[in-house]
Write a protein that binds this ligand. Structure first.
Ligand code: GAL
Length: 633
């Protein structure tokens, strides 16, 4: 593979005279892709049924004539004002029951059937017009499903659609009452239409009710996306893409990805450090201008799985953004590092958001590659450099990693619904495993729980899985890898009930979680050796060999054969001890890396990244701050 670069461009924001100059400059900079159109509905259809394609035709012509390949966005993230007059009940409602009004973006409820059809119709119109256009490389459907907290809608149309979804799932109301355990507080229903959305209840709603609402809400996103995908595919066989977000877990991205060809995501490392990775103040200060050293990488690996091997960064932060509480500028070298890091994780393309900084509306303070006065921004030379480096790098060869780490969206919903310890978060748990593996210099694949098999992996990790299905257990059993299961894995069935036999109930592993203790922050139980267990500790009955235990003797890592069980959530030090042990048992060589240094290997190359704001010595080499070393293997 040979990765390419691109940018996000809004021709409708600039006079037509500037387009030529912009396109020329993009190509000179080494860019090949340009994404356009995704917010332009009011320009494309100023009033119902009244289309205005001329400007978009000309924009694509100009960009294409300079040799750029266009990624064309469908505009359903920004329904125009007239759409709200046409369908006043299309707005989403927040958890407090208030409509989320027009005046920004993403103002629609995924359950509104007529809007879903309008969005698909618009996508189809665009596909009809541009399917044969040689400059159109691919399509982006909508923009960032879930951004601005827009998956869960408590609107009247969502309620009606939820009742229908439940009726399709359970068929008989008695079956629903039984599955949910509605006898518990006299919550039985006589008819599907009596069931409301699980907000505004006096106290915690029934978790089975909540998990079904979360599944329903996720299915509505997949349906919205599928309908658009089908509309475009009627006319066009070019790749379909969506640009996902960082740490949005409210819908099952794997299911959405199944209807698309390429996954992409929008990477804003400095904003995410503050609001998306639970970093301590000290950590935030250390990586203030670099971003967390593992968060971007985790998403790269996740979206590679969502895209079944094909993935891009659709929007890469190129300077300070406007939306975080504070918005530092990236340390010189970081935009290059982020770009090469995406490449090391097998991205086919990296596009910078945005070409020129907008001097109007919401994002005036968001940097682009050009300043609002069209002069080059501070990062421009870095992009020039990295474009050249990529072309010098030649072909990259990739291969499956040795380690698979399972990440599951339902588990995020489940543990948000009944955390048992404030802040028990499935994403955070998987993230800490991922960080621990990377601290040991290991290359990881993030994988979905329902993948066909785990063949070829040497180590498979399944932490915090809500419902560990029989199929998954069978696939894990039949693969040759060493398996690390737990904590909390398989502790509910799909109806959100405690299973019998008690978890983890894995064939060939004599281990039963007898009870669980959870702790507030700063409380912990010391592990004999290094580190401690925080947040979550399970007391297990087992006859398996004890590989690690607490100082008080309680077993936390057990297993005689190739399935090991971990009975708690280790802190950073404890995580490294656990992972060192299982990596060794799996025959994987490890190397403890200096903090902030990370490594990734693909078949043809090894990449080493220094995320620190100072130089480090590593393997006898001095790596400057924000430096990258690339070795051929
Ligand atoms: C993304 C979004 C872009 C722009 C950008 C600003 O979430 O897709 O349209 O708003 O953030 O950082």
């Amino acid at each position: 593979m040979k990765p390419i670069l691109g940018t996000c461009y809004y021709p409708e924001h600039w006079s037509e005279e500037t387009w030529q100059e912009d396109a020329k400059k993009m190509v000179e900079l080494g860019l090949r892709l340009v994404r356009i159109g995704e917010f332009s509905w009011s320009k494309l259809e100023p009033s119902p049924g009244n289309y205005s394609w001329g400007w978009l035709d000309r924009a694509i012509d100009v960009l294409g004539a300079h040799g750029l390949q266009v990624v064309l966005g469908t505009p359903s993230a920004t329904p125009p004002r007239w759409m709200i007059d046409k369908y006043p009940n299309m707005l989403a409602y927040d958890v407090d029951g208030n409509p989320r009004k027009f005046g920004s973006r993403r103002h629609y409820c995924f359950s509104h059937a007529e809007y879903r059809e309008e969005a698909a119709f618009m996508a189809e119109k665009m596909a009809e017009r541009y399917s044969g256009n040689a400059h159109v490389h691919s399509w982006q459907l909508d923009n960032e499903y879930g951004c601005h907290d827009t998956i869960l809608s408590y609107s009247p149309v969502a309620k009606a659609a939820f009742c229908e979804w439940l009726e399709r799932k359970y068929r008989r109301i008695e079956a629903l009452n039984e599955a949910w355990g509605n006898v518990f507080w006299s919550m039985d229903y006589g008819d599907f239409h009596e069931i409301d959305l699980p907000n505004l209840t006096v106290t915690e709603p029934n978790p089975s009710h909540v998990i079904d609402f979360r599944r329903f809400s996720s299915d509505q996103v997949a349906l919205f996306n599928k309908v658009q995908a089908e509309a475009v595919r009627k006319h066009c066989d070019k790749p379909l893409i969506h640009n996902y977000m960082g740490r949005i877990t409210e819908f099952d991205h794997y299911k959405v990805g199944d209807d698309l060809d390429i996954a992409s995501w929008d990477s804003y490392p400095l904003g995410f450090l503050v609001d998306r990775c639970g970093a301590s103040l000290e950590w935030q200060q250390r990586f203030e201008r670099q971003g967390d050293p593992d968060l971007q990488a985790l998403h790269h690996d996740l979206y590679r799985e969502v895209g079944r091997g094909r993935w891009w960064v659709m929007e890469q932060q190129p300077g300070p953004v406007n939306w975080a509480p504070y918005n530092p500028a990236p340390l010189p070298g970081m935009v290059r590092l982020w770009t090469l890091e995406a490449v090391a994780h097998e991205a086919e393309a990296v596009c910078y958001f945005r070409w020129r900084q907008a001097p109007f509306a919401q994002e005036q303070m968001h940097a682009g590659l050009l300043r609002p006065d069209s002069k080059e921004s501070a990062t421009y030379p870095e992009i020039e450099l990295v474009a050249q480096e990529l072309s010098d790098l030649g072909e990259l060869e990739v291969e499956q990693a040795d380690i698979a780490l399972i990440f599951d969206y339902e588990s995020c919903w489940a543990w948000e619904t009944q955390p048992q310890a404030q802040g028990f978060d499935a994403f955070a748990l998987v993230f800490e495993f991922y960080r621990g593996l990377r601290r040991l210099g290991l290359t990881v694949d993030i994988v979905r729980p329902d993948r066909n098999d785990f063949d070829g992996y040497k180590l498979v990790l399944a932490p915090g899985l809500f419902d560990c299905t029989d199929q998954l257990k069978a696939k894990l059993k039949s693969c040759d890898a060493l398996k690390l299961i737990g904590p909390r894995t398989g502790s509910r069935d799909s109806d959100f009930r405690i299973p019998n036999p008690l978890p983890p109930a894995i064939d060939g592993l004599d281990c039963t979680v007898s009870y669980v203790e959870t702790f507030p922050p700063r409380s912990a139980r010391a592990i004999a050796g290094d580190g401690a267990i925080h947040t979550w500790l399970e007391f297990i009955e087992t006859t398996e060999t004890v590989l690690m235990n607490l100082e008080d003797g309680a077993p936390i890592l057990v297993g005689d054969h190739d399935i090991k069980y971990l009975a708690g959530w280790p802190d950073a030090e404890g995580m490294v001890s656990v992972l060192l042990k299982v990596a060794e048992l799996a025959g994987l060589p490890t190397q403890k890396l200096p903090e902030g240094v990370r490594k990734r290997q693909i078949k043809s190359h090894e990449f080493i990244f220094n995320h620190n704001s100072f130089a480090v010595e590593f393997n006898g080499e001095r790596i400057p701050s924000a430096g990258v070393v690339i070795n051929r293997r």
